[in-house]
Design a protein around this ligand. Structure first.
Ligand code: NI
Length: 220
């Protein structure tokens, strides 16, 4: 499943994060250091690990966990890793696939939360590759794209301005992408039933099916 989620952060929060990450306390350094050997030769960006970056990551984690659509699409058990990433002109991240295990924890879904205004930089799209073709994402600040960690992807070269984003990996309660999608669809059905003020009995059956599937499939 590949899904865009709007307004994970409010414009005020985005503005504050951009300001705090522009200062020295962000602590940016070359991103190659955290790349596995297969990605090292294609990775050319910067990552931040200073106190401002850590604070930004904690704030973003809380916002993402509070987002109902993210919860439904990812069923996150835990965040495996989050990184503040920045691309300046000439920087790009060539085609690669992310590690299946990070620090001994399986990665199921990846996300990119955009922080810069799309008009403020040129290039820098996240391009997700699939047998059906490529999908480009260059979203508004505060919006994110969530996708399978199994996907080949790249970040197009930034030719002007600065691309600032927070990227992360989630370990899901549900290992199988197909099962995650069925549960996501069931959540949609339940939401529609609620909206339509469906009879309690119908709602109970839908909830019973969703919860039973969750119980069968979840790795807690
Ligand atoms: Ni990647």
């Amino acid at each position: 499943m590949l899904i865009q989620i709007a307004d994970v952060l409010t414009p005020d929060v985005v503005a504050a994060l951009r300001e705090s990450l522009a200062g020295e306390a962000a602590g940016f350094s070359p991103g190659k250091a955290t790349a596995g050997w297969a990605a090292r030769d294609v990775k050319n960006n910067e990552q931040a690990s200073g106190p401002a970056a850590q604070a930004a990551i904690e704030q973003v984690k809380a916002a993402i966990l509070g987002n109902a659509l993210f919860q439904s699409a990812a069923r996150p058990k835990t965040f495996v890793k989050l990184l503040v990433s920045r691309y300046k002109p000439g920087m790009a991240y060539g085609t690669h696939v992310d590690d299946a295990l990070m620090g001994g924890v399986r990665t199921d879904m990846s996300f990119t939360l955009f922080l810069a205004e799309p008009e403020s930089y040129e290039g820098g799209a996240l391009v997700i590759e699939s047998p059906d073709g490529e999908s480009d994402f260059k979203l508004l600040p505060g919006h994110l794209v969530l996708y399978q960690t199994t996907s080949l992807h790249h970040v197009a070269e930034v030719t002007k301005g600065e691309r600032l984003a927070i990227v992360g990996w989630v370990r899901s309660f549900i290992r199988s992408p197909e099962q995650r999608e069925v549960l996501f669809e069931m959540d949609q059905v339940i939401a529609k039933l609620r909206e339509a003020q469906a009879p309690r009995e119908d709602m109970n059956h839908a909830l019973k099916v969703r919860n039973s599937l969750l119980r069968m499939w979840a790795e807690d």
